[in-house]
Design a binder for this molecule. Structure first.
Ligand code: G6P
Ligand code: MG
Length: 218
């Protein structure tokens, strides 16, 4: 494979924002009288904001009108934004920065493919924006993962064929989206959870372009 593009998911791959999503959803759950646990939070990884709210309401056996749901999602997001505004580059997950720098030095294009509408804010906060040739986030796509739109759009904006792109993802829905986009899907995390991926790494610590190339040859 002639590698030309690496597409990164954001939450759970570049930074661990799941903990802030959890705090904000928990705060909303407390307000609604819904008990929301860290285990419940696992179900929200890679899931859109509105679908996440539906899952929270399902857990509590509650229903709301669409107008009420818009308000609840906005309240959750305001709290989430408070948390991410405190982030800095120390929150970049281990190994990510050297790997991204290595890709850049090798002339490989780099894209962000995230469902989050807060992706740009987070990249600014952790000072990574300048590494990305394109940022495709929840404001640019209409169909959530596992739909391949976010990855297909990233590659097409950079004129790269899907067969020359690799996606790094921590969520099942993201792996499915990458496979549906006909790209090489590398899972970041638990190999049992990410069994559908072409390859799984635990994290980027100890990972490198050489290792990626061996995987691609493999
Ligand atoms: C990512 C996260 C999800 C989050 C979604 C939307 O996929 O893994 O937990 O719900 O982005 O994020 P947003 O910042 O737009 O609410
Ligand atoms: Mg993710």
């Amino acid at each position: 494979m002639d590698l030309q593009l690496v597409i990164f998911d954001l939450d759970g791959v570049i930074v661990d924002t799941a903990k802030y999503h959890y705090l904000a959803w928990k705060r909303l759950g407390d307000r609604l009288g819904i008990e929301f646990t860290r285990q419940d939070n696992e179900r929200l990884k890679g899931v859109s904001r509105m679908r996440s709210l539906d899952i929270l309401l399902e857990i509590g056996g509650q229903e709301r009108t669409n107008t009420e749901k818009e308000e609840l999602a906005a309240a959750k997001n305001a709290w989430y934004v408070e948390y991410i505004n405190e982030m800095d580059s120390s929150e970049i997950l281990p190994g990510v920065l050297p790997f991204v720098a290595e890709l850049r030095a090798a002339g490989i294009k780099i894209a962000l493919g995230s469902a989050s509408k807060n992706a740009r804010t987070i990249l600014e906060k952790v000072v990574l924006t300048e590494y990305f040739d394109v940022i495709v986030d929840g404001n640019l796509v209409t169909k959530a993962k596992p739909d391949p739109e976010v990855f297909v759009l990233s590659a097409s904006l950079l004129n790269v064929a899907p067969a020359q792109a690799v996606v790094f993802e921590d969520a099942q829905a993201g792996i499915e989206a990458a496979i549906r986009a006909k790209m090489m899907a590398v899972g970041v995390g638990d190999p049992q959870v990410l069994a559908a991926a072409h390859h799984v790494i635990p994290c980027f610590a100890d990972f490198s372009l050489d290792k990626l190339n061996s995987v691609l040859k493999g």
